[in-house]
Design a protein around this ligand. Sequence first.
Ligand code: THU
Length: 136
Amino acid sequence: MAVDEHLMHALVQAARAARERAYAPYSKFLVGAALLDDHGRLHAGCNIENAAYPQSQCAEASAIAHLVLTGSRRILAAAVVGVAEEPVTPCGGCRQRLREFADETMPIWVADLQIVRAHYTLGQLLPASFGPSHLG
Ligand code: THU
């Protein structure tokens, strides 16, 4: 499936909508993520914090849970939306989570509420990564 600009913008919009649902009463830092799977379906997620802070979950992890639940094992593209001075890129842990279901060419678009701030491939954000193939 070709991942064109139109699809990427649809992903960004889905991530913006998901961000509106974020539960982040402690950090007040709302994040939305959206993933495109190999069936052309979109899966969105938001961060979900917890009073026991380390139990909080990132937006990307929420979106991955939805993708897996619907039977997919493949992420073709991702969008992450947050509002900060710097573009809100996936945290290190989430780069590895994405790697489980995506290869190094997978595009990641990082946006705020108005514009796409940056785009990367997963390989740029997680070079020389460890992945499922290492386990044979
Ligand atoms: N957060 C995400 O949801 N995704 C990221 O990749 C960066 C960080 C969330 C976790 C926490 O709820 C809040 O942002 C502040 O770190």
